[in-house]
Design a protein around this ligand. Sequence first.
Ligand SMILES: NC(=O)c1ccc[n+]([C@@H]2O[C@H](COP(=O)([O-])OP(=O)(O)OC[C@H]3O[C@@H](n4cnc5c(N)ncnc54)[C@H](O)[C@@H]3O)[C@@H](O)[C@H]2O)c1
Length: 366
Amino acid sequence: MPVRYAIIGAGAVSDYHHVPGIRLDKRSELVAICDPNEQLLQQRVKDWGISKITTKYEDIANDPDIDAVIIATPNFTHHEIVLACAKGGKHMMCEKPLGLNFAQSAEMYRAARDNNLKHMTAFTYRFAPSMRYLRHLVKTGALGDIRHFRSQRFLDWPETSWGWRQYKHLAGAGDLFDMTIHRIDFAMDLCGPIDSICGAVATFCPRDKTADGKPCEPSNVDDWSALIGRFSNGAVGVWEGTTLAKGHHNNGFGWEWAEINGSEGSAVYRLTEPNTILMGKYGGTMETVPVPREFLVIPGSPRNPDEGNPSTVFRYDLVYELTSAIVEDRPAIPGFDHGAIAQGVADAVLESAEKKTWVDVNHQLG
Ligand SMILES: NC(=O)c1ccc[n+]([C@@H]2O[C@H](COP(=O)([O-])OP(=O)(O)OC[C@H]3O[C@@H](n4cnc5c(N)ncnc54)[C@H](O)[C@@H]3O)[C@@H](O)[C@H]2O)c1
């Protein structure tokens, strides 16, 4: 029998990533949708062809005919929904940031672990072919000893309201929790744990109007975030993210660059060219290298890498990973532990910015 999934939070990311991901794999089936927005629910009944709907996540958590959930709701709801679904025995994928802070995220990890459930944080960019190949090069020593990590994520977003995303009590933070946290996560996947950081955040736009010109409460979160970090292995990293990089819209994909400099060579991942990397060796020039075919999808995925926009379609592999973990009875990667640890680093950025000092990162998940 296929793994029976429910979507909790039927908004943008569920439609863009998760439902196509469930549909691709014969081992998974979408059976229910939960969202408090009744109009959206009716729309999704049409879009996704699913008739089991509810406005209450408790109905999903307690439904014996659901095996796994994908939680894609505003950030402030992740904690309570994960705890309820863990109690109900559901395997879970939860969107990033896992919680509003490290304490919440660590508790979510423990709830999943202590109930013997598969758990996964939706750190999408780990699944990009170029990122997977970069990881392979790092782990096999092809770049030598890793010294520097560098990440830039520049978006050109409108200066109008971001909805729930622009309020601290609903989102936790702005660009830092929305965008930079992905880059903190994949940096640790490449280079290992981060011990200490020096961070900064800034807010430039009031965002006191909606896109259709209606007044709203101004934003109280960052729209630029940056950090310098020291990894346990001695490497150093530099990250910068902004939603205000005019001219970097690029059909919504923005500008993304993540680079590793090792003692033997350098390599670069770019979201906009996810089927190639840039690579160079000592004394040479950075050149385009195709990602080998075996890295274009995660092993076993039925997805055809030649179909669709390469910057979009790797996102469908996330559900494949969770389904595989359930079917093969092994941990899903990245788990809630990875989500919590990245959150610990992101929390340290806010603390560092407030105190104007370096901060040690808390990795203790309990
Ligand atoms: N991994 C990625 O690349 C990626 C991309 C986009 C968004 N996200 C994350 O996904 C989450 C959702 O983002 P989005 O852009 O889809 O937001 P969205 O606002 O489009 O959708 C969120 C949906 O959740 C619903 N909702 C609110 N409270 C709920 C509750 N208690 N139970 C069930 N549903 C509830 C809302 O009605 C809405 O339809 C956020 O945590 C965001 O950070 C991740």
